[in-house]
Design a protein around this ligand. Sequence first.
Ligand SMILES: [Zn+2]
Length: 228
Amino acid sequence: MQAINHAATALVLKRKFPSAPLFGLILATEAVEYLWVGLNVIGIEHTIINEEMRSVADVHLVHMPFSHSIATSALIAVLVGLFVVWRGGRAATAAALAISLGVLSHVVLDVSVHAPDIAIAPFLGGRYGTGLYSNLPLQALALETLWGVVCWWIYRGGWRLLGLMLVLGVASIPLYSVAISVGESLLGGQSTVFALVILVQMITTSGLVWLFARDKQKPVPIANPVAA
Ligand SMILES: [Zn+2]
């Protein structure tokens, strides 16, 4: 799932847990992806990209048992939550829970669109994923963009934030459409370059979501009968 739509989950968590810092929540929703970038760059996890990359269906996340298994995600979520409580004390319990949920949300959302490439635990057989990315990539993009918009709506975000989500969704169509080649020379076969492109995308998106989430929809003013 795209960085913007993972980050959108942080908006819902911020709405439900106002004491949690929004930027921390955004980072939490992407925590396992940052780990995935690092593990790909040093060669512990592997991605295979077809020489001609036409869509996300040509990206094969063949080995990511540490960053993207259900068990390791849950473990990271618990450890990060405990760290927040350790640093902030009992007053930070709600924020810690929100941040843990943010970390865990990543793998749940990935399963909803990925090819079956997510294991229950490292080295355990069986991979899970709905297969939308490999079979129906454009429908997957529509679904994940819809998730982002629903999160924005729950958060009652401003129009700039909605615009960002929709513009990034439309700009991603070449990556999700089999009809449009992303480019043989650009990313085809370059898994480390691909991981670094994802890193830049995550950092940029996180900053923009955090910035645009500051303006929220104004509450509808209630008419004052005394002043009327
Ligand atoms: Zn992921």
